[in-house]
Write a protein that binds this ligand. Structure first.
Ligand code: PLP
Length: 378
């Protein structure tokens, strides 16, 4: 028995094409986009641009050139939050944010940015009317996750996008738990800035991610350095993506990310979501068989991603995860999942929870075996 149920942290395994693309890039291309006037550099730049094009297609992003690559979603979120917010600005967020949004906001609060966290219900659901009610004359940005990595709850980003748009406020979405696994359309959802990890639902390697910026939004830079071209000025170039991509990029990772995004486009997000939701339903039903198990998050399946966190009466989640790992080779994640705010909202800040997160490559048998393993421990 063996199962990897930690796809909400990083997806594994990857499609075969991703392994091959990274290997081929490292052996056959090797160079860095924008650095060096030779065919290898041109090929690296072509691959990076193709990745931007594939991502723009997947996300219905307004302009592929507005996609800057980063190491992960955290960097993209920091880039956006610190590039937009100034002392005296007000920002609205939710009460279930990951530390990748919460900690930068707390750092900005210390520098004079006002932060309002709109309370979600214990299952993570949020009423868009509460977001509208939190708007003030100085509100500059709404920054929110699309889905919770603890509760699986999907927030109504389309409705929030309309509210933001009607009030002339920018919307930044943390798509860490939805990019590649849930339909995203930046145009119809009126998303101005979108942060994504490459290593989760897009099947890229570690060290990949990015920020998508709608044309016309000028971000202050938070990292400055070499941009490959336009080197003479003492400031970063104005044009995207160069403005946000200081230093040598993870070119081999981006080649892998391109293969991952192509895989998602080929399979189709709808099919991926259908498979993951079927596994989620199976998992929830099987876990509920176990005595003392409480499943966190919304009861309605359509409002969830493939993240199933549980508490078990009388057991410490970390101990359960350790036994699942050591005895059954089943990878889960216990604790606070870098999201104490979500646990506070759910009422599990003291205990944490045990999280199962199946992915597109997970089988129904693996999910059943994981639930049986938990039952046998109990
Ligand atoms: C909701 C959410 N936001 C942000 C992040 C941070 O992503 P990364 O590890 O790519 O920085 C995660 C990762 O778990 C997440 O689940």
């Amino acid at each position: 028995m063996s199962a990897y149920l930690d796809n909400a942290a990083t997806s594994w395994p990857k499609p075969e094409a991703v392994y091959l693309a990274v290997d081929a890039f490292m052996r056959q291309v090797g160079a860095t986009p924008g650095r060096g006037g030779h065919w290898r550099e041109e090929e690296a730049a072509r691959i990076a641009d193709e990745a931007r094009g594939a991502l723009a297609q997947l996300l219905n992003a307004p302009d592929p050139a507005g996609i800057a690559f980063t190491m992960n979603a955290t960097q993209a979120l920091n880039m956006a939050l610190k590039g937009i917010l100034r002392p005296g600005d007000h920002v609205i967020t939710s009460s279930i944010e990951h530390n990748a949004v919460w900690r930068p906001l707390k750092a900005l609060e210390r520098r004079g940015v006002a932060v309002t966290a709109v309370p979600c219900a214990a299952d993570g659901t949020l009423d868009p009317a509460d977001v509208a009610a939190a708007i003030r004359p100085d509100t500059r940005l709404i920054a929110m996750l699309h889905a919770s990595n603890v509760l699986g709850t999907i927030l109504p980003i389309g409705e929030i996008g309309k509210i933001a748009h009607d009030h002339g406020i920018l919307l930044l979405v943390d798509a860490a738990q939805t990019a590649g696994v849930y339909p995203l359309d930046m145009a119809s959802m009126r998303i101005d800035l979108l942060a994504f990890p490459g290593h989760k639902g897009l099947y890229g390697p570690h060290g990949t991610g990015g920020l998508v910026v709608r044309p016309g939004i000028q971000l202050e830079t938070w990292v400055e350095g070499g941009s490959g071209t336009e080197s003479a000025p003492e400031t970063m170039p104005e044009a995207l993506p160069l403005r946000l991509e200081a230093g040598t990029q993870n070119a081999a990772g981006i080649a892998g990310l391109l293969a991952g995004v192509r895989f998602v486009l080929e399979q189709g997000v709808a099919r991926i979501r259908e498979h993951e939701l079927a596994l989620t339903a199976l998992l929830i039903a099987a876990l509920r068989e176990a005595p003392g198990v409480a499943v966190l998050g919304p009861a309605e399946l359509a409002r969830r991603t493939a993240v199933v966190s549980v508490t078990v009466e009388g057991y410490i989640p970390d101990q359960l995860a350790a036994v699942l790992d050591q005895v059954f080779d089943i990878a889960t994640r216990a604790g606070l999942h870098c999201a104490p705010q979500a646990h506070r909202t759910a009422g599990t800040l003291e205990t944490g929870a045990l999280r199962f997160s199946p992915g597109y490559f997970t089988t129904a048998d693996e999910v059943r075996e994981a639930a049986e393993a938990l039952l046998s421990i109990l």
